[in-house]
Design a protein around this ligand. Structure first.
Ligand code: OGA
Ligand code: MN
Length: 336
């Protein structure tokens, strides 16, 4: 009815939509003393929008980890550490998504192993799809940012809407077949920096398997579970399907076409973005800051607890990380 403003379903938070189909900036959150009601509204906003931006949260490392643990059991970086590299922080729940060398406290040289590994994060992906148990939420917080105008945004792609809008013949093929995606971190590292990782063979390491089509439980919507870690596609019997790589590329390109994506600029230290890896893809945006300005972002990662969390993988599978697969010369190439 014209003139009638639709009432927001949210009572304790304000929501500004960022894109026609997904993404929201959420304000009014009391991070210092978050009530159960307000937390439930954040969960509801996450289910609807797939990612939410929170400005000036005021959270420090400890409060970030505490807040994150309300979403579920947290992953930690112990098993990903390799090549003698030490974590930059006291808290093992924090993943380092920045560009700082922990030993020297200076910007990572662009030709370092870690900088090469980080290039894979510049491709749209779902965190931890290479893990036997996938991730639900990632919570990324800014601790140090490049001066404005130098890039370093985080970009998002709407993989639920991408499923909705697939050409009908392809959608029917996917719905009729119980396709499984085989995911590998070595694969995305190689895609991000093919020459540096030329001698890494993703097929020599283990891959983890998750169904290509999955219902996103919190919203009931279907999702394409794809992204840069997706190495190949198998049929229900475990055989790689003919034309698998073409289909991987086609799905990733379709899901990340411009109209399905949006970008988030980081404004202030303390800004945080939460995304749900079960329904959006994301990437590090790159830009003029690279090799020049410090960008220190820290992330917690929540283990999925939905029925599809473990995909087709055994629950006792232990995945020790990309370092265990990479050659000695690449030790230290820890990625996220
Ligand atoms: C991540 C990631 C993107 C960024 O932390 O998982 O992909 O913009 N980060 O740093
Ligand atoms: Mn990521």
């Amino acid at each position: 009815m014209p003139g009638v403003i639709e009432e927001s379903p949210f009572k304790t938070i304000q929501v500004k939509e960022l894109h026609p189909t997904f993404g929201a900036e959420v304000s009014g959150v009391n991070f210092q003393d978050l009530s159960e009601d307000q937390f439930n509204e954040i969960l509801a906003a996450m289910a609807k929008y797939g990612f939410c931006v929170f400005r000036n949260t005021g959270l420090d490392d400890t409060a970030h980890v505490e807040f994150s643990s309300r979403f579920g059991e947290l992953d930690n970086i112990r098993r990903y550490l390799g090549g003698g590299r030490l974590p930059r922080y006291a808290l093992f729940e924090l993943f380092d998504a920045g560009n700082i060398d922990g030993e020297t406290d200076t910007i990572l040289p662009p030709d370092s192993a870690r900088a090469h590994s980080n290039r894979g994060n510049g491709l749209f992906h779902a965190d931890s799809s290479f893990n036997p148990r996938r991730a639900s939420f990632s919570l990324l917080r800014a601790c140090e940012l490049p001066p404005p105008g130098n890039g370093g945004n985080t970009d998002f792609a709407d993989s639920r809407t991408a499923f909705d809008e697939l050409p009908s013949d392809l959608k029917e093929e996917l719905l009729a077949n119980d396709y499984v995606g085989a995911h590998s971190m070595a694969h995305s590292r190689k895609l991000g920096s093919p020459q540096f990782f030329a001698d890494v063979d993703p097929r020599a390491g283990s891959m983890q398997r998750h169904r290509l089509l999955q219902k996103h439980e919190p919203s009931g919507r279907m999702n394409l579970f794809i992204g840069a870690h997706l190495h190949h596609i198998e049929d229900a019997d475990g055989n790689e399907i003919p034309g698998s790589w073409d289909l991987v590329k086609r799905l990733n390109e379709f899901a990340t076409q411009k109209k399905n994506t949006t970008t988030v600029e980081w404004h202030n230290v303390g800004d945080m973005i939460i995304w749900d890896n079960r329904c959006v893809l994301h990437r590090a945006g790159g830009g003029a800051f690279e090799g020049k300005y410090r960008r220190d972002l820290r992330r917690t990662t929540v283990h999925d607890d939905s029925p599809t969390a473990w995909g087709c993988n055994q629950k006792d599978t232990i995945w020790t990380g990309f370092n265990a697969q990479a050659k000695a010369k690449h030790a230290g190439a820890v990625g996220v």
